[in-house]
Design a protein around this ligand. Structure first.
Ligand code: CP
Ligand code: NVA
Length: 331
């Protein structure tokens, strides 16, 4: 199989076999790095990283992956470049494609990354849009495979499900043949269009897709419980009150984890997470709304032995490296 020259924009552009190929490659690259036997296959390659939204994990993962493989990166952000305000997406794509071997883009509107790819002659990678977070999915599946009790992956995503993480976990599970549950109030379910896409892909893969507002029904039997922040990047601060009112029953606490009925249940979160008062927002939510022990997840679950969030974060790098090697390497 070759993925040379391909964009990586959203999960549904790929078959299960292609995504599996990337996951296997990610595991191999992870082992090789640990063993000190990694072979650089991107020597001299140049990658542009565009961040219109902030990032810790995604940015450093692309940087380290390129460095490990012998390549280089240039980071562009709107405040210090012409992107967005002075130069269109189409022109930016055509300029950067003259200079770089690949372009990563993080921003709000998914249409922007699609347009970038349309005008770029080099591969474009989606580092997160409001609609999809596909590199996160590779890390999440790599992590779940490492911890899975058996061949079937079963997981529930609990919380705000009509945004990048809910959408991506639904579609990725549907493509990969997982037992995937979306557990959220109906008004924050993935769009009808995305639900239909999930059912279509599940019909091919044999995935079991459940979308429910019933916490107990959604959680029982699932090995992995995922959540995400209740207010995403780019949303106004005044949505917190409405979101907390709607999502507090879906907060991941010890009682919710116990609903899995499994000793091997694991907690996952793409991060960053509000699980204590050590962030400005965590403190504000504690003061204003009385959620003193975390927001979408309690400190107790986040810090428990069931939490695998930091392994999940490390796997961002190995899986992003797999995408870069698969699409850019010529040897
Ligand atoms: N999970 C994730 O995308 O993290 P960053 O926002 O720090 O890149
Ligand atoms: N839903 C979150 C994910 C962060 C990685 C956001 O878009 O802010």
């Amino acid at each position: 199989m070759t993925l040379a020259g391909r964009d990586f924009l959203k999960e549904s552009d790929f078959t299960a076999d292609e995504l599996d190929h990337l996951l296997v490659l990610a595991a191999e690259l992870k082992s090789a790095k640990r063993a000190g036997t990694e072979i650089p296959r991107l020597t001299g390659k140049q990658l542009a990283l565009i961040f219109e939204k902030t990032s810790t994990r995604t940015k450093v993962s692309f940087e380290i992956a390129m460095r490990d493989q012998g390549g280089h990166v240039s980071v562009l952000d709107p405040s210090t470049s012409q992107i967005g305000h002075k130069e269109s997406v189409a022109d930016t794509a055509r300029v950067l494609a003259q200079l770089f071997d690949g372009i990563e883009y993080r921003g709000a509107d998914h249409a922007n990354v699609e347009e970038l790819a349309r005008y770029s002659s080099v591969p474009v990678y989606n580092g997160l849009t409001d609609t999809w977070h596909p590199t996160q999915m590779l890390a999440d599946f790599l992590t779940m495979r490492e911890h899975a009790a058996g061949p079937e992956i079963s997981y529930a995503y609990v919380g705000d499900a009509r945004y990048n993480m809910g959408n991506s976990l639904l579609i990725m599970g549907a493509i990969m043949g997982a037992d995937v549950r979306i557990v959220a109030p109906q008004h924050v379910w993935p769009s009808e269009e995305i639900q239909t896409l999930a059912r279509e892909r599940a019909a091919v893969s044999g995935a079991r897709v459940t979308i429910t507002d019933d916490v107990e029904q959604g959680i029982v039997g699932a090995q992995f419980v995922h959540t995400d922040v209740w207010v995403s990047m780019g949303e106004p601060a005044d949505v917190w009150a409405e979101r907390i009112a709607a999502l507090t029953p879906y907060r991941v606490d010890s009682a919710l984890m116990a609903l899995t009925g499994r000793d091997d249940a694991r907690f996952m979160h793409c991060l960053p997470a509000y699980h204590d008062q050590n962030t400005a927002i965590g403190r504000r939510i504690a003061d204003e709304f009385g959620l003193v022990d975390g927001v979408e997840v309690t400190g107790q679950v986040f810090e428990s032995g069931a939490s695998i969030v930091f392994e999940q974060a490390q796997n961002r790098m190995h899986s992003i490296k797999a995408v870069l090697v698969a699409t850019l390497a010529t040897t």
